[in-house]
Design a protein around this ligand. Sequence first.
Ligand code: XIL
Length: 394
Amino acid sequence: MRVMKYFVQCSVREHLRTMFRAAAALSLLPLAFSLLAAGQAPPALKDAFKDSFLIGAALNPAEFTESDARDAAIVKAQFDSISPENVLKWESVHPEPGRYDFDLPDKYVAFGEKNHMFIVGHTLVWHHQTPKWVFEDAKGNPVDRETLLKRMREHIQAVVGRYKGRVHGWDVVNEALEDDGTLRQTPWLKIIGEEYIAKAFEFAHEADPKAELNYNEFSLENEAKRNGAIELIRKLRAQGVPVTGVGLQGHYKIDWPSVDQLDAAIAAFAKLGVKVMITELDVDVLPPAMQYRGADISANVELQPKLNPYTSGLPDSVQQTLANRYSDLFGVFHKHHGVLTRVTFWGVTDASSWLNNWPVRGRTSYPLLFDRDGRPKPAFYSVIKAAREASAAK
Ligand code: XIL
């Protein structure tokens, strides 16, 4: 019923055109015809992968409060896990000393519970989107180690404790590594020392002993950073620190990472005995704005027309390249089902993706499976096809 509702909101002719274009390109005509016969509702990602892994999406407030009814319907129909795009970051949930703002996080968690979803918390300890006051005293000087540890513990107890048993998995530490695999020089590291990572996990475990506790990072598909992360996780586990899993953010490009790099990264983390998940998946099809290929949110490049070539739609050839890319990625994900427990997209439709504003503000980006009007793209059908082929091969 809900699936129908958002579908009815799309123009039927437009939808049919997209569906047939996708189907023709991907030899999915039988699937498209059977959908038509069944009343045009697209299949659900969460059903297609139900024997493999959870399928999630990061949500903004309009989506989880359902003021954006169209996106909310897509989320309910398609996904069985959710992540909060911004509302549980320190600057949002704890903007001033002693002041927490749980209004939106409460609504986020309620939406997930109402829809029986696996609810993710993102993120407890990060150097971005954390107010300056966290690291400073009243005079603006850096606080000492004990004070910062105390603040970290108090924050984690308040946030994780509030949602004990309700938020099922936390990104406890986000992006603690440099590209070369060494520890990133953040205020956390400079003030507390490398023990800050272990402490964050211990505090989270103390606040909710049953929650899944993950280390989340980008570019782990590159060897140097991957090795740094393996060393970090191995050390933490050897010390008895409760790390359940590693999140590969998955901010991918058309040509990076290679299927082999991705395969090797998942296999390497699996060997450590931790769960692996893809936590922020999207595939950028726009021209690279800079040489740097990581996902550091501080990158900021000026808008130029040549960096924004698809303002009036994505050419079929690029649409097709994206569909093939998604099919290859899901081929690798599926190969690791069992170890890979969740694949979460960073956004619901192309319209709400952060890649419209990063690393260049104001571009028209196409990184997800649903287009700006909420319609499934050819990439959506190629992912469904990958799922069907994988379960037929089982
Ligand atoms: C992004 C959000 O999507 C944006 O809305 C916000 O302005 C900046 O952060 N890695 C992460 C996410 O772990 O939290 C980031 O989310 C994207 C990169």
